[in-house]
Design a protein around this ligand. Structure first.
Ligand code: ATP
Ligand code: KDG
Length: 322
């Protein structure tokens, strides 16, 4: 290829390849023998980690050398500063708007010694992501770039308009779009219809089995995937210890891939987000779905083997640790 000025500029200024719009949290993980007896003083291992589904996907993508930008909102507190530094440490182009009124989102994750979990979420600043915040990052929305929208942003009423705006910008720029289901309980409270309507035009929907059942009423993931291809060209359903499946209309059966064996599950938090980050790059490169599913399962298996939703960086060991 002749080395024209245009080629040189392209080589020298790598374009953002994936834009993630979504939630950013601090996860406080407490590992203990649950359930707790009333009035008990139970020993627990408590640690603080970066979290939030959107930020998790962006971090894992950056760790895997994908040019990625993250659009979200944080508080003007130490937790927010740590999260900002952490994202930059991973190599994410972090476009965080600072909220002077709300704290950085926090999620208390209670984990049993077997790795089972319950999460208590306070979205904080995430619930105030504005249309203007997304509009300010308009430069990121270009043809050839992929938008991954964290379903939490759509489900949360406070950030919904901003999430819908991001989808509109991406559609206008003819970007490919993937959306995840957020979480089954709030999705159920919101109802399937609005979710299906707002996310029209997405090329890929990624769900766990609970979210798939909420959206379709089908308990069997393969059945749910078939129903969903009436709305989306491609559907991926994460099936926990079974692995994951991919389906597109017209195929007799979904492509399924078994989960990566994990000897000891330490903490399941963020395994689904790691799966998405593992799946997207080969999928965007046009690799066969089985290959992309396997890459998703591999990254999810990594996430299952440590505490917290994404690997920690040294920045979290600073004295300003939250
Ligand atoms: N027991 C397990 N053994 C191996 N891999 C697993 C296991 N559980 C989950 N995974 C991997 O993690 C991926 C995501 O898990 P899951 O289907 O539970 O989605 P999720 O509900 O979004 O996850 P999470 O809430 O933990 O982030 C699965 O597709 C699989 O690859
Ligand atoms: O594990 C999950 O289901 C999550 O979605 C966890 C979130 O990504 C997040 O880390 C919680 O703040």
């Amino acid at each position: 290829m002749p080395l024209t000025r245009a080629v040189l500029i392209e080589v020298m200024t790598p374009m953002t390849r994936v834009v993630v719009v979504g939630d950013l949290m601090t996860d406080t993980v407490a590992r203990a023998a649950f359930p707790l007896a009333k009035g008990s003083d139970t020993p627990a291992a408590v640690s603080s980690h970066g979290g939030g589904s959107g930020a998790n996907v962006a971090s894992w993508l950056a760790l895997n050398d994908v040019d990625v930008a993250f659009v979200g909102r944080r508080g003007s507190d130490i937790a927010g500063r740590n999260r900002d530094m952490e994202l930059m440490g991973y190599g994410v182009d972090a476009r965080l708007v600072m909220d002077s009124e709300r704290p950085t989102g926090t999620c208390v994750v209670l984990v049993t010694h077997k790795g089972d979990r319950t999460m208590l979420s306070d979205p904080g600043a995430n619930a105030a992501l504005l249309v203007e915040d997304v509009e300010r990052c308009k430069d990121l929305f270009n043809q050839g770039v992929h938008l991954h929208l964290s379903g939490y942003s759509l489900i949360n009423e406070g950030s919904r308009k901003a999430a819908i705006h991001a989808l509109e910008l991406a559609r206008k720029a003819q970007m490919s779009i993937s959306v995840d289901g957020g979480s089954s309980s709030p999705l159920k409270r919101m109802g399937a219809e609005p979710f299906l309507e707002w996310t029209q035009g997405a090329r890929l929907l990624v769900l766990n089995t609970g979210e798939a059942e909420v959206l379709t009423g089908r308990e069997q993931p393969d059945q749910a995937a078939k129903v969903l291809t009436a709305w989306y060209p491609q559907v991926v359903i994460k099936t926990g210890a079974d692995g994951a499946l991919w389906y597109t209309n017209g195929r007799p059966e979904p492509v399924t891939v078994a989960a990566e064996p994990v000897e000891k599950i330490v903490d399941g938090t963020g395994a689904g987000d790691a799966f998405v980050a593992g799946f997207l790059p080969p999928w965007l490169d046009g690799k066969p779905p089985a290959e992309a599913l396997a890459a998703g399962c591999r990254l999810a298996a990594q996430a299952l083997q440590h505490l917290g939703a994404r690997p920690s960086l040294d920045v979290l060991d600073n004295p300003i640790k939250n």
